[in-house]
Design a protein around this ligand. Structure first.
Ligand code: NAD
Length: 315
């Protein structure tokens, strides 16, 4: 299949390189000039796995303006606040035959994609995998080959032939896809998961295991999860895990699967980039207001992360 990765950051590179290794035609599209310059100078991207085995991977890299190909599938991996600008700059090569797939964190991106793609061409998902961009031209895949998994669901909730072809290519690329049947429920379950781990680890600048091993971790998680699940019940969103399953997943992910990992929100903050908190806890709180529910804890932690960003800007 012919893919265009829109955003060649940590996740765009991970998905794109694995799809390329599985035999697909992949072009990476990016706008961050130091990254573009470094990749061109090196003749590719230096890829590591868990900080080891640093080696050069050749990739095809374009900017939105220089690309004029016609991919079957566009995979969007930008940060939430970058997406509108990417869509505007890439729109000249979009057509109504192409599909848009994304496993970005947070919420708000689907409405933006809908301005450019028909509903039956949008496939959403969630990625349970950790990847780091240590600097321009370098990417570090965390976890062993075949680690991590993803959920995917077409916006129509009716998988067509292209959804199945994408699923097959992701499976060949060892990305462990699962096809789910509830679009919003799938995405919101991950938003709630991130609303606990990403946010708390970012506020306190700690790796995930330090949160997971804290004796009060379950109580903190329970407070955020209860508010979010109450709101989703009011909004008639059917989450794919129960409250207890979500707490259990957070416990395993932080203590056992990735204790040394710092979530991407933390990585953004420490690189003086804005975080996605408004699209995660902020989104949950805004959804609550729509249904006359004041998500006090989500509102508080959203501002706490902004305070941490503000503090860093003033260092
Ligand atoms: P990223 O920040 O690595 O890359 C996104 C874009 O930002 C790319 O265009 C990249 O070139 C650019 N960029 C990277 N560093 C920059 C800098 N210092 N200054 C300016 N531009 C820079 O983002 P990502 O980690 O690939 O995340 C994409 C989406 O996937 C987000 O919604 C994220 O929450 C989600 N996600 C990430 C992970 C992860 O482990 N990284 C896991 C699951 C989901």
């Amino acid at each position: 299949m012919k893919f265009a990765m829109i955003g060649a950051g940590a996740m765009g590179l991970r998905y794109g390189i694995l799809l390329q290794e599985a035999g697909n035609d992949v072009t990476f599209i990016d706008t961050w000039q130091p990254h573009i310059d470094k990749i061109r100078e090196q003749g590719g991207v230096y890829q590591m796995r868990d900080h080891q085995d640093r080696h050069l991977v050749k990739i095809k890299l374009e900017t939105p303006e220089s690309y004029n190909g016609d991919p079957d599938m566009l995979i969007f991996f930008t940060k939430q606040m970058q997406l509108n600008e990417y869509l505007r700059r890439c729109a000249h090569f979009f057509n109504d035959r192409q599909y848009a797939f994304t496993c970005m964190n947070g919420m708000g991106h689907i409405e933006k994609l809908q301005k450019y793609f028909a509903d039956d061409k949008i496939i959403g998902g969630t990625a349970l995998i950790a990847t780091v961009l240590p600097g321009p031209g370098e990417v570090d895949f965390m976890g062993k080959r075949g680690a991590g998994k993803l959920n995917m669901c077409p916006l129509t909730e009716n998988p067509d032939e292209m959804t199945h072809r994408l699923f097959d290519e992701l499976q060949k690329a060892k990305m462990n896809p699962t096809l789910t049947d509830d679009f919003t429920g799938t995405l919101m379950t991950k938003v709630i998961f991130n609303s606990v781990i990403n946010t708390i680890c970012t506020m306190f600048e700690i790796p995930m295991g330090e949160f997971g091993n804290f004796p009060g971790a379950n109580d903190m998680a329970r407070q955020l999860i209860d508010e979010a699940y109450d709101i989703c019940a009011r909004a008639d969103i059917h989450l794919v895990s129960s409250r207890q399953e979500e707490i259990h997943a957070i416990d395993i992910n932080t203590r056992i699967d990735m204790p040394l990992h710092y979530p991407s929100m933390y990585q953004d903050m420490t690189k003086d980039r804005p975080t996605e908190v408004d699209y995660i806890n902020g989104y949950i709180a805004a959804l609550g207001r729509k249904y006359h529910y004041e998500a006090k804890t989500h509102l508080f932690v959203t501002q706490a992360v902004h305070l941490a960003e503000f503090h860093r800007q003033n260092l």
